[in-house]
Each structure stands twice: as structure tokens, then as C-alpha cells.
Ligand binder design. Structure first.
Ligand SMILES: [Fe+2]
Ligand SMILES: [Fe+2]
Length: 400
């Protein structure tokens, strides 16, 4: 907002520090630090503006004596008021977003509310307008970025079709994979790995599929198809997270028996493809996004601020483009607000993601309870359950 309103860099930095301080009380335990922060952000008269009173006695150094509010001089001018208004609107916006688990609002609706708040509190309307103008990434732009990524040759689309179909046989997988040397090599390599430790070296594709089993072959195939998407160094963490979520989602699906485990696995693997779109793009909006994440902002919050939608919705658009079934795309769209969805799969992905502790969104007990209820699961029994042994993680790691 400060940038949109053309505040000088020093004032922008001071405002950012003040806002971060407001969200992190430990920074403010030292009262002199607070004095300095507010002094930098708002000016020497902050105490009259914020507290309406002289400084409290605990402070060691007497602050400057500002003029009374009743006699606004040039020092308590528009600039000071503007900086206070920015802090106020930023805090209101953050609070509204924290309430989204309880009421589904679009960013536009939140902005409409803030316009009303601004009117009531006599806040400069330009501040709310500046917040609205932060939405610089349109959904179509974001999705276009994923289309341009070097993935999805024909064999990959066929592999997905095959993986989704219940009656994929050894020969069907063999027929498909033999046309792609890299995929064929992966399957043979995995069959010869220490995970499977064959007595004799496996050299043919058919042998490899039969040896590791149809189910493992299908999973490996899907993971191998998606891996090139995450090939750059900066995306390794996201790839590992996707593998982890796919494994947990499959486990939860087996526990609740409401969703086919294969489908949960696939949904887990692609659930954050919208984040991929944001993280691989270039431009000022991405710099702002990356910076917000570095400052500790949850990705969903940053996306709502910068785009007006979250990565779930962006990912769903990508999956539709890739001809994924609509119910799977919808589950990905809703995976950060499963309470507003009819999809059991959305609840499962949310829980799997929560379980990994990835902190993509503000934590919400209400959401977790709602998702457990929808999936027919309870946390106590899950906490006691052990993930099915069998080395799925090791198997998938062979793709990483
Ligand atoms: Fe995720
Ligand atoms: Fe996510």
C-alpha cells in the first residue's frame, strides 16, 4: 500500500517494521524499541495520535513534546495520518482474512467491507483503493505460466489416463512405457534398487512391472510423469512436500474408505500445482510473493492479497486444462477451505497437508475438526495409527 501511495523507501521500510512488530509481540517487549519503531513509522507525535496521552513513566528517555491534538499543526499533517491509516487498514485486512474459515468471502467482498470501515473511521479511501490495486496477477495469467512449462508430452497424458483406469494391466503399462526411454529406465532401475533387491538383475520392462507389482508401477509412473515439473533446484522442497501429501492422502483414504486410495494419491501429488505456477513465474508480482513468504507470511494469505485467489483455485484450472476429472480438480480447488466444499477428497487433502505441518495457511482448529468429520475420521485413532509399511516413501524417493 505504501508503495502504491508513493511513500518514500525509508518510510515504507519503517512501516513494514512497525507492522511486523505489531504481529510479533516479542519485538515490542523492549519499550525503547517500540518508541523507535513508532517514531520512525509515524513521526515524533505518535503518542498523541495513538494513545492521546503523554508518554508513560516506565520509559527511560523522555520523548519529544508534541503539540496537542486539538491544535493540529503542520507536524501532525496528512503524511502522518496516511501512515496511521495504512497500518490500520493492513491490520483490518489481516483480521478479515483470519476469519475466512468461518465465512467464505472473496477478496473483493473483504475490500468492500474495508471501504465501509474506512468511511466509519474517517480513514483515507485512497488507502483501501491502494490495497485493491495490489491484485496484479489474474487467474488466467497464472495458469498460462504452467502451460508454458516443459511437461506433458503425449505419453504423460496417456500415463495419467492409464493410472486412473482400474483395469490397467501389465501389458498396457508396458506398451505405454516402452515408448518412453526415461520412464522405462526408471521402472527397471527401481526394480533393481535395494528397496526390491532382486536375486537376479532385472533387464526387461515386463519383468520390472511384474516384479514391483502393478500398483507400485502405476504410482511410480505417475510420480515420474510429474517429476520434470519440479526439476529446478528451488522446487525440490515442493516436490518432496507433494510426495509426502500424496502418501498421507492415500493413507487417509484407506482409513476412511470414502475415496479410492489411488485417486487420493494422485490428488495429493498434484494438489499444489498452483504454487508451482507462482513459484516458477518471473516478474514484480512474484518478487512481492517471494518476499512475503520470506517474511513468514503463509502462502495462501499472500496469494489472497496479491491474486485474490489461492493456489488451490489456480491448480484446479491447470488440472482442467490437463483433462483431469472435474471432481478431482474441484477437490484441489477447495483443499484450503474444505468446510465450504462437498468433497471428501478436499477434506482428505487438507488433513494430509495439515499433517505434514507445511503451514500453507493460517492454522484453524475449526477447519481440522470439520475436515475430520467430513472424512469420517478422528484424530486420536489417526495419531495411534501407523503408516502402512511397504516403503512407498522409499519407492517415490527413487524418483526424486
Ligand atoms: Fe501443500
Ligand atoms: Fe496447498
Amino acid at each position: 500500500m505504501a508503495r502504491c501511495l508513493r511513500l518514500p523507501p525509508a518510510q515504507r521500510e519503517a512501516l513494514e517494521e512497525a507492522a511486523l512488530g505489531a504481529a510479533d509481540c516479542a519485538r515490542l517487549l523492549e519499550t525503547r524499541a517500540l518508541d523507535r519503531l513508532l517514531n520512525d513509522a509515524i513521526g515524533p507525535h505518535w503518542e498523541y495520535l495513538v494513545c492521546g496521552s503523554p508518554p508513560c513513566s516506565t520509559r527511560t528517555a523522555p520523548p519529544p513534546q508534541p503539540p496537542r491534538r486539538s491544535t493540529p499543526g503542520p507536524a501532525v499533517g496528512e503524511g502522518v495520518r496516511l501512515r496511521l491509516d495504512i497500518l490500520e487498514i493492513a491490520a483490518c485486512f489481516a483480521q478479515r482474512v483470519e476469519f475466512l474459515p468461518y465465512e467464505l468471502l472473496t477478496t473483493e467482498q473483504v475490500l468492500d467491507e474495508l471501504h465501509c470501515v474506512a468511511q466509519e473511521l474517517a480513514i483515507n479511501p485512497a488507502v483501501v483503493a491502494a490495497l485493491g490495486s495490489l491484485q496484479r496477477v489474474r487467474l488466467e495469467q497464472l495458469v498460462e505460466r504452467v502451460y508454458r512449462l516443459p511437461v506433458f508430452p503425449l505419453v504423460a497424458l496417456r500415463a495419467l489416463d492409464l493410472a486412473r483406469s482400474e483395469d490397467s494391466s501389465v501389458s498396457a503399462i508396458e506398451k505405454l512405457v516402452c515408448s518412453d526411454q526415461v520412464l522405462a529406465g526408471r521402472l527397471i532401475q527401481t526394480a533393481n534398487s535395494s528397496l526390491y533387491s532382486p536375486v537376479r538383475r532385472i533387464s526387461s520392462l515386463r519383468q520390472a512391472i511384474s516384479y514391483i507389482g502393478l500398483e507400485a508401477a502405476r504410482r511410480l509412473l505417475i510420480a515420474a510423469v510429474f517429476h520434470p515439473l519440479f526439476a529446478s533446484a528451488g522446487l525440490k522442497g515442493l516436490w518432496r512436500h507433494s510426495l509426502e501429501v500424496s502418501q498421507l492422502a492415500e493413507f487417509l483414504a484407506r482409513e476412511c474408505r470414502r475415496v479410492p486410495p489411488e485417486e487420493a494419491f494422485l490428488a495429493g501429488l498434484v494438489h499444489d500445482v498452483g504454487r508451482l505456477a507462482l513459484q516458477t513465474a518471473q516478474g514484480e508480482d512474484v518478487i512481492a510473493y517471494t518476499r512475503m513468504l520470506e517474511q513468514g507470511c503463509e502462502p495462501v494469505f499472500a496469494e489472497m492479497v496479491l491474486c485474490g485467489f489461492d493456489h488451490g483455485r489456480a491448480g484446479a484450472e491447470v488440472l482442467r486444462f490437463w483433462s483431469f476429472p472435474e471432481h478431482l480438480a474441484q477437490a484441489v480447488a477447495d483443499h484450503h477451505h474444505p468446510e465450504h466444499s462437498d468433497s471428501d477428497l478436499a477434506a482428505i487433502i487438507y488433513l494430509a497437508e495439515f499433517w505434514t505441518g507445511s503451514e500453507e495457511d493460517l492454522p484453524s482448529g475449526s477447519r481440522v475438526r470439520g475436515a475430520l468429520k467430513r472424512a469420517g475420521l478422528d484424530w486420536e485413532s489417526l495419531a495411534g495409527a501407523r503408516l502402512r509399511p511397504g516403503g512407498l516413501a522409499d519407492l517415490l524417493a527413487s524418483v526424486a
